[in-house]
Design a protein around this ligand. Structure first.
Ligand SMILES: *[C@@H]1O[C@H](CO)[C@@H](O)[C@H](O)[C@H]1NC(C)=O
Ligand SMILES: *[C@@H]1O[C@H](CO)[C@@H](O)[C@H](O)[C@H]1NC(C)=O
Ligand SMILES: *[C@@H]1O[C@H](CO)[C@@H](O)[C@H](O)[C@H]1NC(C)=O
Length: 220
């Protein structure tokens, strides 16, 4: 008799244990959807970008505390372009000598991306990309974002509208470009072409510089 009770107790214990366990697993499942890491406050990143076969190397200097973002865009065997964006909504697109001295100013309704601009992105799962196992998200049909599972560094992004693919070659957290480089040339301050853009434009430099690589989009 005693052993029967014991057996029942054991079964009951196992049953309760399994129930607890499956509840734990369920609870775990509901919190385990990965979210993208916030962007560091300041970083330098070299990007290799392919826009429908048009190749470019971009130096991205993201500087949130100073409210500024810089894309220095080297087109393959071509022009070096500067896309200097301020958080007050003003962006300068210019070229320097030995190229033509051009400058275009665009006023946007919103400034640069916030470090948490990827919040609310839709998780799509994992994928092997550029030799890294990545978590993948999509944000409002605009961008696919790939982040290394191990280090949580960005690996790749694809801009849906332009088909532009950016591969992250370096990611130097804390690197800051000296102040003296954040200066648009004098010919930006004369009668440079100026435009106002409302919140319909998705990519800052996509408008001003076809082939630009700005992340100054309207999701902030
Ligand atoms: C760039 O992308 C195009 C497709 O848009 C592809 O055919 C080409 O191979 C790519 N070039 C490089 C160097 O990845
Ligand atoms: C935004 O800041 C930049 C850099 O300080 C400045 O050149 C530009 O005029 C400012 N734009 C506005 C609209 O205040
Ligand atoms: C842009 O907007 C400013 C102020 O909102 C206005 O003074 C300026 O004339 C506008 N420029 C153009 C080109 O529309």
């Amino acid at each position: 008799m005693a052993s029967a009770t014991e057996a029942i107790n054991k079964l009951l214990f196992i049953f309760l244990f399994l129930q607890q366990y499956s509840l734990l697993i369920m609870a775990d499942d509901s919190v385990s959807v990965p979210v993208p890491a916030d962007w560091p406050q300041q970083f330098h990143s070299v990007l290799f970008i392919n826009r429908s076969g048009d190749l470019q190397k971009t130096d991205l200097w993201y500087d949130w505390p100073n409210g500024r973002n810089f894309n220095i865009i080297q087109h393959q065997l071509g022009v070096l372009k500067y896309d200097l964006e301020w958080d007050n909504g003003t962006s300068f697109y210019y070229t320097l000598e030995p190229f033509d001295k051009t400058c275009k100013i665009v006023h946007f309704e919103v400034g640069i991306l916030r470090p948490n601009w990827l919040h609310g992105a839709n998780y799509l799962g994992q994928e092997h990309v550029d030799n890294f196992l990545c978590n993948v998200w999509e944000k409002v049909d605009f961008i696919s974002y790939y982040e290394d599972v191990l280090t949580r560094r960005p690996v790749k992004r694809i801009f849906s509208s332009s088909g532009m693919v950016a591969h992250v070659m370096t990611f130097e957290v804390g690197a800051v470009l000296e102040d003296k480089h954040w200066q648009a040339p004098v010919y930006c301050f004369g009668d440079a072409e100026t435009q106002n853009k409302t919140s319909t434009s998705l990519l800052h430099s996509q408008d001003a510089f076809p082939g630009g690589s700005s992340h100054g989009i309207l999701m902030r």
